[in-house]
Design a protein around this ligand. Structure first.
Ligand code: T1G
Length: 691
């Protein structure tokens, strides 16, 4: 916010006082804004010239909620409830004029007003649960009085906003203003300026519970869907308090809110909120680095990844040409894509006309030369260096002069592909995570000679296809898979000690992962990591023994678990354990507590994270966390491996690793220099900034 410019400007338009809230980028209610708003409200209420007051936001929207950056410390008065009290005691009507987002404290302030009008594209919601807290300015009490318990609960426990049409249908707003909001809101204010009594939400009757076990059912259903999260249950508790008289309910809400704000889960989710946004700022990349326009994309390879990448591009409105080696493979890829969209229509997630629009953007081809017009070409063929090298060699002379050439390789040496293309400055890695239509993160890999605009364009492309794009350096496995390898290595050590397959997976699911490392391997296909190990002379005798026994995971019906035909449910299989015991030459079992198993695995990953920071492959610790949370299912309410390390304390992690290095005689387990240094200095990864 430009210093000295008022956060709230008041304009008198006829008999209406217009209070313009201006705290870019999203009018978050920082302490300064709350204080300025209180002063402006009190002045307008006292001003005889003002028969009505309109609150309106400058910039992108109304108010995106409380200033989340303030939650790491005790927040100063006035808080939003104080401003709401001022409005509810006002003898004059106050109208919230909403465009863009009215979220969290922003919607709560609007519900403190007597009327709410919006533009047709406004979004209204209580997303607090997504950052691990409950609403804390009356939203859990006023929203149910306006929209009923069911809708209020859906909005508050789910956290997703509703659109203006739905808000009008549920009585959350009074009117949708077509055309100029400011003028429309002032006209509305003039119309209601003499209407009495003033409709205060707090005066509405407490909502009647739909049926006796409404809340019990909501708790059970939420516990099933989000068993590890505290905030959704706390939100249900707070909304249930709406059955009480309003002031009792508001007091109860404050108690519940206070119990969530400083919780570990809330701190982790807040951290991730900003980590996600920080990832978009690539250190060393000037903000004005030119970004090329990407309107058409060529995808080479229509396998699982290639067809999913094509779908992501078509979903984002891009024209896509999918190249396969022959007609059979091409037809198969296009059929996979059509089946994806048919499924989405069947599940009601997509309108059929929208399906046709997206399919119309997709074209099949069988020649690389058919990609000569593409702005960006993404190679997504099998992980074979020779094949990828051949493709990049051919692409060099074919692609148009300013095209970008990207590889979806997960491991291979990008610089070799870049050299093969004869235009290394235009080459980058775009590493998607399977399933690419679901996983929200994408590693944008900077090769040795990638031009700044190539990386800037890769990041913009990521945002365009609604991915969280994170720039990483080029190395074997980039960031995500480097930690994955260390996780696999520690699992191999645990298996060798006699820890059971199920015990390892249980430890990581209890920690919060959706599936354990062994079951995750079965999903991905054990032959893929087996081949990657062989290509690097990496010898994991126990993991190899499973594959050597023909157990490739889900796709072969057995891996670390067995799978009934057509089922994806991992079933314990003594045969898998027998193969491992045979390979380690013992069937004695070691029983380690789950948290010890989890800490061993996480420590190895955290150590690798520290190396990646030291090497400059990862620019900041939070980038590693964003990649693992949105690419590998690391539980978001734990913040990511590096955030978790700070929570546990780096000295403890370093000590653990030193002990393991001695025990296993493996220098690879020694604390990485950065970890050892930060631990010794009593610092955290969060403190660490690249000098
Ligand atoms: N506080 C502080 N900074 C915020 C912020 C907030 N609430 N919302 C956004 N920012 C920053 C963000 O970090 C980024 O900064 C810039 O604004 C643009 O955001 C009392 C307790 C509104 C949908 O959870 O969902 O109210 O990176 O990149 O994609 O009950 O921001 O540029 O430096 O996300 O257009 C509840 C959070 C708070 C909404 C816009 N509110 N915000 O998305 O832009 S708790 C939220 C969003 C609360 C009350 C409780 C999105 C957006 P930078 P952006 P965008």
């Amino acid at each position: 916010m430009e210093a000295g410019l008022p956060l709230v400007k008041t304009e008198q338009i006829g008999k209406v006082a217009l209070l313009i809230i201006d705290n870019p980028p999203v009018n978050a209610t920082s302490h300064a804004l709350r204080a300025a708003l209180k002063a402006a409200l009190e002045a307008a209420i006292a001003d005889p010239a003002a028969a009505a007051i309109v609150l309106i936001g400058a910039g992108r929207g109304f108010i995106a909620g409380a200033d989340i950056t303030e939650f790491e410390r005790k927040r100063e008065e006035p808080l939003n409830p104080a401003n709401i009290a001022v409005m509810e005691q006002s003898p004059k009507p106050i109208i919230a004029a909403i465009h863009g987002h009215a979220l969290g404290g922003g919607l709560e302030l609007a519900m403190g007003c007597h009327y709410r009008v919006t533009t047709s594209d406004a979004k209204l919601g209580q997303p607090e649960v997504k950052i691990g807290i409950t609403p804390g300015a009356g939203g859990t009490q006023r929203l149910p009085r306006l929209v009923g318990l069911k809708m209020a609960l859906d909005m508050i426990v789910g956290g997703d906003p509703i659109d203006a049409k739905t808000a009008l249908a549920y009585g959350l707003i009074n009117e949708i203003i077509e055309g100029d909001l400011r003028a429309g809101a002032i006209a509305f204010a003039e119309r209601v300026s003499d209407k009495r009594p003033l409709p205060r939400v707090r005066d509405l009757p407490a909502p009647a519970p739909p049926d006796a076990d409404f809340f019990a059912a909501a708790r059970a259903e939420t516990a099933k869907r989000k068993p590890e999260l505290n905030a959704p249950q706390a939100c249900i508790d707070a909304v249930e308090a709406a059955l009480l008289p309003i002031d009792d309910g508001l007091r109860r809400e404050q108690e519940i809110f206070g119990g969530t704000v400083f919780s570990e889960q809330a701190r982790a989710l807040r951290y991730l909120f900003f980590a996600e946004r920080d990832a978009a700022k690539v250190p060393g990349l000037a903000a004005d680095t030119p970004i090329k326009t990407i309107a058409s994309v060529g995808v080479i390879g229509g396998g699982t990844m290639g067809s999913a990448i094509a779908i992501c591009c078509a979903d984002a409105g891009l024209s896509v040409t999918l190249v396969e080696a022959d007609k059979l493979a091409l037809d198969r890829a296009l059929a996979t894509i059509r089946a994806h969209y048919d499924g989405a229509v069947k599940r009601g997630r997509l309108q059929s006309d929208e399906r046709e629009k997206r399919l119309a953007r997709l074209h099949g081809a069988m020649l690389l030369s058919d990609l000569r017009g593409a702005d960006l070409i993404i190679e997504a063929v099998t992980e074979e260096l020779a094949l990828k090298g051949k493709i990049f060699t051919e692409l060099g002379p074919i692609a148009k002069p300013d095209a970008l050439l990207a590889s979806n390789t997960s491991y291979l040496d990008l610089d070799l592909l870049a050299e093969a293309s004869q235009r290394p400055e235009a080459v980058l890695g775009l590493h998607f995570f399977a399933p690419a239509t679901v996983m929200r993160v994408m590693e944008v890999v900077r090769a040795a000679k990638s031009a700044p605009s190539t990386i800037a364009t890769g990041m913009a492309f990521g945002r365009k296809i609604r991915k969280i794009a994170v720039t990483v350096g080029a190395c074997d496995g980039f960031v995500g898979n480097r930690l994955l390898t260390q996780r696999g290595r520690e699992v191999e050590r645990l298996l060798a000690e006699g820890v059971a397959i199920e015990a390892i997976d249980r430890a990581m699911t209890e920690f919060g992962f959706p599936v354990g490392p062994c079951a995750a391997g079965d999903i991905a296909g054990l032959d893929i990591s087996y081949r990657a190990r062989k290509q690097r002379d990496r010898f994991w005798p126990l993991a190899d023994a499973i594959v050597d026994a023909g157990r490739l995971g889900q796709k072969s019906g057995a891996g670390y678990y067995r799978y009934e035909s057509g089922s994806r449910t991992p079933l314990p299989d003594p045969e898998a354990q027998r193969i491992i015991d045979a390979a380690r030459g013992s069937d004695t079992r070691a029983n380690l507590p789950s948290d010890a198993i989890a800490l061993r695995i996480l420590s190895a990953m955290i150590n690798e994270g520290a190396r990646l920071l030291d090497e400059g492959i990862a620019a900041r610790a939070s980038d590693i966390d964003v990649i693992w949370v949105y690419g590998y299912g690391f539980p978001a309410h734990r913040g990511g491996p590096m955030f978790y390390a700070d929570l546990v304390g780096l000295p403890k992690i370093a000590e653990r690793l030193s002990a393991a290095a001695t025990r296993f005689g493996d220098d690879g387990l020694k604390p990485a220099p950065l970890l050892a240094r930060l631990a010794a200095e009593g610092k955290t990864f969060h403190d660490w900034k690249r000098s």
